[in-house]
Design a binder for this molecule. Structure first.
Ligand code: ADP
Ligand code: MG
Length: 900
């Protein structure tokens, strides 16, 4: 068998079919595979620009992908081996050059180039890899794909595509191998594969998985042009075994159907459709924000679904086309059988020639394959030929079909769409989670609110209960005390009346003022006089004894025993004297207290109001009046008689009762300005501070604090208090004490100290300001009033110091955090508190260093309010003046459009 040289393109080869667009085809690899989102074109194949209706991928985002064509030669079969033994094959293959020579005769041949030339020795594996694998990979990437076998009956189309290879796995055809590859690559969780298997015979589509379903119609999506067969059975594929069973079932149905219809399988087209659905996440998209071009807002990847389709077509034998045409058979059956195949040929011709009209609608096959040729699918065609020279004509026409198909250019486009379902599902899950979370939180919140409410209610009722109890106790105590006092007074009155009846003289002396007490005093005075007299007598006696002793000693007489006796007697006398003196002091202090109480009661009865133990704080005027009137109060008078030192001594008495009496007396004395100097000189202040420091008895502390408060009205005493550590002592007492009256005394004392220019720094460093502010915890108006007075005093001193240039910077009051309370109390209902606070605000506002804090703390509004609402004209104008003289306040008022 002579072999002809490659003469294609030479003069001797006229009429030979030239390889299509040879330069282009040569340079492109059959195996070239597109990355799904890559824009690079496989090879340099031209992009088809035809607007033919056969092309559905007219969108601008596809990539060109020419139909790839391989030719496969079947080995001689037994019959050919015998019958054609003397003849050479009609073709000669040059696989390495990807060329095929078709012998015309012994000396002439035509050469054709294909994308792949597969010899009779080519394994099924190799055929799969070069023909189908790139298509399957594209399908996995989301493109549609088609693998189609075309050729004369008996050339190996079914062998190539449909062999199951049950006995010999190496014999497995493209269908099984494709499914194998797909199954390996998809995810069972997110992806799905389903299959339909159909037969097209005489323009009727029959379901090979459900043969009763024998007239399936083709539906085209008018929007996308996608073709589908909704009537066909779709079977989900989970593994290779189920797929093999399905193919077997299909094949059995195909044989049965063809027997029934009296046809052969070679006259029908078998179409296997594999639907691959894969979930993928789109790329994250960075979107530049409007405000800042450099910063990017990254949108989360969107869920996408890729629905691609692999169509494997085992066409009817191609000889029919020729025979029906060439032999002029016009039988209906032949026409119908071949309608699809000839229509496919026409369409491919039209596409190959870039013709304006592609007769896609002429047959069901062309309609089904509209995406495979000139569409968006990646398509591989395998043309099968036999070696027999007897079928040279059919082999030539098959080769010609393949050559034309190679010219068809598809525009590959990914079958990807936004996965609304999955997104909706995901959002639904997310929403449900959020709803559940929200509900949980709401419940927790409600529970918490309920718990807090309950707790608050419990606390309120507990406080109310305690308060009521305390009030009740206090009321009972007061009632008892009152009753007792009344009882005592009544008793004394009766006693006095009785005495009065017996002693008219005393009545005259008392001059109608508190007769009972005067008598009492008179009695005690008498007692005193008597005791004084006794003491004088005793002293006389002592002196006498002393002189006698001297005489004895002078005389040198040895009367030692006598002396001893006398000494003992003397000591006895001295002891006696001391005891008497002590008794006198106690009696005097009792008398003093009694006198004072009587005095108080008298005043109280005269006023008709309630008694107040320590007039110093609340009625300074009254004491001034008393002292100015020149009449010494009975207390003072007795105080003169007893002597301050003696009373102060009693402050340290072991006897608690005596101590309380004594401190009360000292406090009362301290309420009178005239006594203060003497008390301090005698060390009274030190003793009072000592009491505050050492005794926990509430009464002692309260009374001592009251006394100190009174002494603290005097500037000299204020410094003395500071020197003796009184400020920190008062501060400690302020934080320890609970009793409002004690707090009132302490607050009064500190308030007095606050008015001293020299004490400002110490007041702060020793906690005086903090203590003052701390006492507002006790809401008693008297305490609050003292605190407000202290703050006003302090602010005034600071203001004075700032004006004189002695100090600068922000107020220590602001430093110590007083501003919120000041602002809050500026509207207090109690006039004294309000007045002090208004003054404090005016003082603070006079210094620019405080302005910013005051504005931020809301003090400006209060000042503005003062200029409008304050009942006192002087404060109103002070506030106005202050605001007008501050730059910062002025500008803030301008900003807030406030006009004074
Ligand atoms: P078609 O489907 O094109 O009509 P078949 O696939 O049925 O042809 O093949 C016809 C016969 O040739 C079968 O017996 C098949 O086993 C055999 N055959 C086809 N191709 C080959 C090949 N490449 N190697 C060996 N035997 C083949
Ligand atoms: Mg077949």
């Amino acid at each position: 068998m002579a072999s002809n040289g490659y003469r294609n393109g030479t003069g001797t080869n006229k009429g030979a079919i030239k390889p299509p667009a040879s330069s282009n085809i040569r340079s492109s690899s059959f195996k070239s595979r597109l990355p799904p989102s890559s824009n690079h074109s496989p090879g340099s194949a031209l992009r088809r620009t035809s607007s033919a209706s056969f092309t559905t991928a007219a969108g601008g985002d596809g990539v060109p992908g020419r139909v790839r064509v391989a030719v496969r030669l079947r080995p001689r079969n037994a019959e050919e081996s015998t019958a054609d033994a003397d003849f050479a094959d009609c073709v000669e293959l040059q696989p390495e050059l990807k060329r095929l020579k078709l012998r015309k005769n012994n000396w002439e041949s035509e050469t054709y180039e294909f994308d792949e030339v597969l010899t009779e020795f080519a394994s099924q594996k190799r055929v799969y890899e070069v023909v189908a694998k790139p298509v399957v990979e594209s399908v996995l990437d989301g493109y549609n794909g088609t693998v189609m076998a075309y050729g004369q009956t008996g050339t190996g189309k079914t062998f190539t595509l449909g062999r199951l290879g049950e006995e010999d796995t190496s014999a497995r055809g493209i269908m099984v191998r494709s499914m194998e590859e797909i199954l390996v690559n998809v995810s069972r969780e997110t992806d799905s594969i389903s299959v339909s298997y159909l037969q097209l015979y005489m323009e009727t589509i029959q379901d090979l998985l459900d043969p009763a379903n024998d007239n399936i119609s083709i539906v085209e999506d008018p929007r996308t042009g996608d073709v589908s067969l909704p009537g066909a059975t779709h079977v989900e594929i989970k593994d290779e075994q189920s797929f093999l069973e399905l193919l077997r079932l299909g094949e059995a149905h195909r044989i049965a159907a063809n027997t029934k219809l009296n046809t052969e399988s070679s006259r029908s087209h078998a179409i296997l459709m594999v639907h691959v659905k894969r979930s993928v996440l789109g790329e994250e998209v960075a979107i530049p924000t409007e405000s800042d071009k450099s910063s990017h807002f990254v949108k989360p990847p969107k869920p996408l679904v890729r629905k691609s389709k692999l169509v494997l077509v085992d066409l009817a034998g191609s000889e029919r086309v020729q025979k029906s045409g060439s032999e002029g058979h016009m039988l209906e059956e032949a026409k119908s059988i071949n309608l699809s195949l000839s229509a496919l040929g026409k369409c491919i011709n039209a596409l190959a020639e870039n013709s304006a009209h592609v007769p896609i609608r002429d047959s069901k096959l062309t309609r089904l394959l509209r995406d495979s040729f000139g569409g968006t699918a990646r398509t591989s065609l395998i043309v099968t030929i036999g070696p027999s020279p007897r079928h040279r004509g059919e082999t030539a026409s098959t080769i010609l079909f393949g050559q034309r198909a190679m010219k068809v250019e598809n525009m590959l486009r990914i079958k990807e769409e936004f996965d609304y379902k999955s997104l909706a599902r995901r959002l639904e899950i997310q929403l449900d989670k959020l709803i559940a979370e929200n509900e949980r939180q709401q419940k927790a919140f409600d529970d918490e609110v309920e718990r807090i409410n309950l707790e608050a209610q419990n606390r309120v009722s507990e406080v109310e209960r305690n308060f009521t109890d305390a009030l009740e106790k206090e009321r009972l105590k007061c009632q008892m005390e009152y009753m007792e006092s009344v009882k005592k007074l009544e008793e004394k009155m009766i006693e006095n009346q009785q005495k009065h009846q017996h002693d008219g003289f005393m009545k005259d002396k008392c001059n109608g003022e508190g007769p009972g007490f005067c008598e009492d005093i008179a009695v005690i005075k008498k007692l005193l006089e008597k005791e004084t007299h006794m003491r004088k007598e005793a002293e006389k006696e002592v002196n006498k004894l002393k002189s006698q002793l001297g005489q004895h000693m002078d005389a040198g007489a040895g009367g030692d025993a006598e002396i001893l006796k006398l000494q003992i007697a003397l000591e006895d006398e001295v002891h006696q004297k001391k005891k008497l003196e002590e008794e006198i002091i106690i009696l005097r202090s009792q008398m003093l207290q009694l006198t004072f109480e009587a005095d108080q009661m008298r005043r109280c009865l005269a006023r008709g109001g309630s008694g107040n133990a320590y007039p110093g704080l609340d009625s300074p005027m009254s004491q001034v009046r008393d002292s100015l009137s020149g009449h010494k109060t009975p207390v003072s008078a007795l105080f003169d008689q007893v002597g301050v030192e003696k009373i102060l001594d009693l402050l340290e008495s072991e006897d608690a009762n005596v101590r309380i009496h004594a401190v009360k007396v000292v406090a009362n004395l301290a309420a009178e300005e005239a006594n203060q100097e003497r008390i301090v000189e005698a060390g009274g202040l030190t003793s009072l501070l000592m009491l505050l420091r050492s005794y926990e008895d509430e009464t002692v502390r309260r009374v001592a604090a009251g006394a100190i408060a009174n002494l603290a009205m005097n500037e000299a005493n204020q410094e003395l208090i500071m020197v003796q550590g009184g400020i920190s002592l008062l501060s400690t007492t302020a934080s320890d004490a609970e009793d409002p009256q004690t707090l009132r005394m302490v607050a009064g004392a500190i308030a007095n100290l606050c008015g001293n220019d020299k004490l400002q720094a110490t007041l702060r460093s020793e906690g005086g300001i903090k203590a003052l502010l701390g006492m507002v915890r006790c809401r008693h108006p008297d305490v609050l009033s003292q605190v407000a007075r202290g703050i006003a005093n302090f602010a005034k001193c600071e203001s004075r110091a700032s004006t004189n240039g002695i100090r600068s910077g922000r107020s220590l009051l602001i430093d110590e955090g007083a501003l919120p309370w000041i602002v809050q109390s500026a509207n207090n209902d109690a006039a004294p508190i309000r007045r002090h606070i208004e003054l404090a605000l005016c003082h603070l506002a006079q210094h620019e260093a405080n302005a910013k804090d005051m504005i931020n703390g809301g003090a400006l509004w209060e000042l503005v309010r003062i200029t409008r609402d304050c009942s006192r004209e002087d404060i109103r104008s002070l506030a106005r003046r202050t605001l007008n003289s501050s730059l910062l306040f002025r500008s803030e008022m301008r900003r807030l459009r406030i006009e004074l």
